[in-house]
Design a protein around this ligand. Structure first.
Ligand code: PYC
Length: 333
């Protein structure tokens, strides 16, 4: 066997959505903060992401996380998130996957009944509390970065769809929230191609006319996620289809999307602190969210959400590149 590259990984899924946790082979990414590392990685090391996420080693909804030494004294591990479309500043399902892998492989000091892991993410400090019994990670509650509503009940002209009402919020990434009824589509996986087409058209129209920008996180200046809210959803229980650039759906209930949705409901006065909010994904899996305290982001009223979900280890792998492989960065199909 001839090798040009080798990465070690522990694969997992969080409520149906994969997280390939890269435990070796990348080395320490240059950068004083985890967001600096993310920006450096995107500019100089993106071939690693493409190799690990694209076909044939990944697929069009592949997602992962690269473990790094923390850049801050108050965190145990650092994380750079990778997926088919780039490097998110924060990923909820990915963090639940990382915390589960760290516990199940013994890469942290495991305590029962709760192991607390402090993670240095590009979007800020995220605390994962893992419920552990008999050495098994049963569920993970993450305390996410401050989340806030950017605009409520705005509208955007979307070519082919007319003027559509939407709201926009930040929960670690920016999310446009649109009622599925507004695009006359049903909450049915048989409609996924049409839902995706509408989602891509909406994010493109928002980014062309009124893109969001995070006041404190460099390089976060676009919306790549549209959360289509299913009819019958309430401020306690919501179902959604999460359309993501460049063309896939989150299989999990989307931790950062759930955080954004709770921030939107809080800004409307429909969700108070310490109330459960259950968010169901397009495949029927669930996260339970809560808002635990109020705060501000650069003077903007914000809330700190927690998200509880489960992840399972699915494999341990070594991903290899033979020097004669004609697809060193994989491909999308
Ligand atoms: O869980 O935050 C999340 C997420 C973002 C994209 C896919 N999942």
């Amino acid at each position: 066997m001839r090798l040009k590259r080798m990465f070690t990984a522990v694969d997992s899924h969080t409520e149906g959505m994969p997280t390939r946790v890269i435990t070796g082979g990348v080395g320490v990414i240059p950068g004083a903060t985890m967001n600096d590392k993310r920006l450096y990685f995107m500019e100089y090391l993106d071939d690693i992401r493409l190799f690990l996420m694209n076909e044939p080693r990944g697929h069009k909804a592949m997602s992962g996380a690269i473990l790094q030494p923390s850049t801050r004294p108050d965190a145990d591990w650092g994380v750079v998130y990778i997926e088919v479309s780039g490097c998110l500043p924060m990923c909820g399902h990915g963090t639940i996957g990382v915390a589960t892998v760290l516990v199940e492989t013994g890469m942290v000091d495991v305590q029962e009944p709760v192991t607390t892991i402090r993670l240095d993410t590009p979007a800020g400090l995220v605390i994962a509390r893992v419920a552990v019994s008999d050495g098994h990670a049963d569920s993970v509650t993450i305390e996410n970065v401050p989340s806030y509503s950017v605009r409520l009940d705005d509208s955007v002209d979307v070519p082919g769809y007319g003027t559509l009402p939407y709201s926009l919020a930040f929960g670690g990434n920016f999310y446009a929230m649109v009622n599925l009824d507004a695009v006359n589509l049903s909450f049915d996986r048989a409609s996924q191609e049409e839902i995706l087409r509408a989602g891509l058209a909406i994010m493109s129209a928002i980014n062309a006319t009124n893109p969001p920008r995070h006041p404190e996180i460099d390089g976060l200046d676009h919306c790549h996620h549209v959360e289509f809210i299913a009819p019958g959803s309430t401020a306690q229980y919501s179902r959604h289809a999460m359309a993501i650039y460049p063309g896939w759906f989150d299989r999990s209930p989307c931790g950062t999307g759930t955080s954004a949705r709770m921030a939107e409901l809080w800004a409307r006065g429909e969700l108070a602190l310490d109330q459960d909010f259950v968010n169901e994904s397009f495949i029927g899996s669930k996260f339970t969210g809560r808002l635990v305290r109020e705060t501000t982001v650069a003077g903007i009223p914000a809330v700190v959400p927690t998200i509880t979900g489960r992840a399972w280890v699915t494999g341990i792998g070594q991903y290899l590149l033979d020097p004669s492989d004609p697809f060193p960065t994989g491909f999308q199909f």
